[in-house]
Design a protein around this ligand. Structure first.
Ligand code: CMP
Length: 156
């Protein structure tokens, strides 16, 4: 099982899309193991997006991400990092495939509703940043796990 970070950005909150987006992940079979909502300080977002700090869009990105509440969630599942990235769709929402979150719900490159970790190393460091306290993540076993997966084939 893998864990990954998803941020529902200020545009998702302001547009009332948090429930829709969360439902897509839950309906897919991904397990919610952490959730928090807050307007995060600029310094936190600068750290999160440090890899982009030399890019021309960096200041605008940090302004946007600190402009209002963000909902941060941790999702768990088999191959969760790649599964979530596929559900989210291309970064430019105008080019994202129909059926994906950005493809169905967005029109912008910058205001693209969600962020999702792009690999195992990133997921680890981003989860450490956003859910640094282990007590913020819940270890629990969904009652329907054996219906979501074929346990003998996929989980043993
Ligand atoms: P995200 O997946 O959160 O990662 C970096 C974010 O920067 C990206 O989504 C976009 O919201 C934003 N962004 C704005 N302009 C660009 C760009 N030209 N290239 C990549 N990301 C961009």
């Amino acid at each position: 099982m893998e864990r990954t970070l998803v941020l529902m950005k200020p545009d998702a909150v302001q547009r009332g899309l948090v429930g829709n987006i969360l439902a897509r992940f839950e309906q897919k079979g991904l397990q919610l193991v952490g959730l928090k909502m807050r307007t995060f300080p600029r310094a936190h977002l600068e750290t999160h997006y440090e890899v982009h700090k030399e890019r021309p869009f960096f200041a605008n990105l940090v302004d946007f991400m600190s402009s209002g509440p963000v909902v941060a969630i941790c999702l768990e599942g088999k191959d969760a990092i790649a599964v979530v990235r596929r559900l989210v769709g291309k970064t430019n929402a105008r080019e994202a495939e129909p059926g994906t979150i950005r493809g169905d719900l967005g029109m912008s490159f910058s205001n693209n509703l969600v962020h999702a970790s792009d690999g195992a190393d990133t997921a680890k460091s981003e989860l450490a940043l956003w859910f640094g306290d282990a007590a913020e993540l819940s270890d629990w076993e969904p009652a329907n796990l054996g219906w979501t997966y074929n346990v003998a084939e996929e989980l043993s």
